[in-house]
Ligand binder design. Structure first.
Ligand code: SF4
Ligand code: SF4
Length: 244
């Protein structure tokens, strides 16, 4: 990237190097937009020229295709996200790509702070769920460009957001083993020894780990139904605690 300053790019252009396009994650893209960045360009090595078996550039392609569909769903113009593949010798192509992208994004105008910002924050919170729900498709190597457009469909993304699950601990079945509390990646579970555990819904990122680790089947996945309120704090003693 040594020639960047000579090319007189806009002063608000920021370049983040993550070494391999395979490391580009939904959270990088949506974090940038949620912080008010007007456009994102992902640059990966040329397809089929990755020197590792992981071929991370194909993964980046899937992440970008999925992100574009999510953007469309939340009312953020997908033309704000670009992905291009090039080698370190493609300086001219890089310069041309940046120019075209900046022109497009300028025409689209600033991203704004209204409803889209709220929806971006919601997407950020749901990223673990989105990644789990789309993991099979994120692994596909899309060698045929004619399949890119429909790899993730509009209907599929609508369903994804319509069927966001909630996780709820059934107070009758919780045995206070504390496994879920220890494994929750965001510390969204209240509990303790001999206490019925409770998920703080507003902090849950829907990763499903608690349901996976509960050996008593006390964590329920709810889709399209309200989450029952937690038991009052003074009524959280379990009837039968799990043996240590
Ligand atoms: S893992 Fe299951 S039984 Fe153990 S505390 Fe959590 S919900 Fe209760
Ligand atoms: S699904 Fe369970 S483990 Fe995952 S964030 Fe929510 S409460 Fe925590």
């Amino acid at each position: 990237m040594s020639g960047v300053s000579r090319l007189q790019y806009p002063t608000d252009l920021r370049i983040i190097r993550v070494m391999c396009a395979g490391r580009v994650d939904l959270k990088h893209i949506f974090y940038a937009f949620s912080k008010g960045v007007d456009g994102v360009l992902i640059v990966g090595c040329r397809l089929n020229e990755c020197k590792f078996i992981t071929e991370g550039n194909y993964h980046a392609l899937n992440v970008a295709l999925l992100s574009k569909r999510i953007m469309e769903h939340i009312g953020l113009d997908p033309r704000r996200l670009w992905i291009e593949f090039m080698s370190s010798a493609d300086g001219v192509l890089f310069a041309e790509t940046v120019k075209k992208m900046v022109k497009t994004v300028r025409e689209l105008g600033p991203i704004g702070n209204g409803k889209v910002k709220e929806r971006l924050d919601e997407v950020m919170r749901l990223i673990p769920y989105i990644k789990i729900a789309t993991r099979e498709k994120l692994r596909v190597k899309l060698t045929d460009p004619s399949k890119w457009e429909e790899h993730f469909t509009k209907e599929e993304i609508e369903d994804l957001f319509k069927n966001v699950p909630s996780y709820w601990i059934d107070p009758e079945e919780c045995r206070a083993c504390m496994a879920c509390l220890r494994r929750c990646p965001v510390g969204a579970i209240d509990g303790g020894k001999k206490l019925i555990h409770v998920i703080r819904q507003e902090e849950c990122i829907k990763c499903g780990t608690c349901a996976e680790v509960c050996r008593f089947g006390a964590v329920k996945k709810l889709v399209g139904q309200p989450v029952p309120p937690p038991p009052p704090e003074d009524m959280r003693t379990v009837k039968k605690a799990a043996e240590a």
